[in-house]
Design a protein. Sequence first.
Length: 138
Amino acid sequence: MDSFYRHVVLYPPYIHDSKLPCTQNTFRRDDYVRWGDLAYRKGLSTNSGYVARINERHVEQSCEALVADVARGRLSADKLYVVDPPKLALFQRLGEQVTCGNVDGFNICVAAREGRFREALLKSSNRARMPPTADNPH
C-alpha cells in the first residue's frame, strides 16, 4: 500500500452496537477487525470499530458528514474506501474521480490519481463491476 494513505474508511462505517440507520451495512460482523488490523499495522486511522461507550450523537454527525462527502464526490486521496456492495454504485457513479477494484472479496475504492495500489486496482482482473441497470444489464 502506498505511504500517502492515512485512513481506512468502511462505507458505511461499522460501529459495533450502533442502532443508527447510517451505520447499517452488510459487512460480516468481524470484517471491521480485519481492516482495523491493517490500519494498526500501517499506522493509519479507521472509522469503524468496537467502542466501550458509544456516543451515538458523535457517530451520527460523523456518519452524516461521510454520506454527504460521498454524495457530493468529495473523496480524499489519502483514504482507502472499503465499500459495502449495496453502496458501490455511489462510488462508481463518480467515474474517473475514483478507481474501484475487488481485493480479497472486498470492494475497495480510491480517489488517488497515482500510486502502486491504484495501479493494482486498475489492472486487477477482479475490477469492481457496476451493478446491473436497465441500460446496462450485464
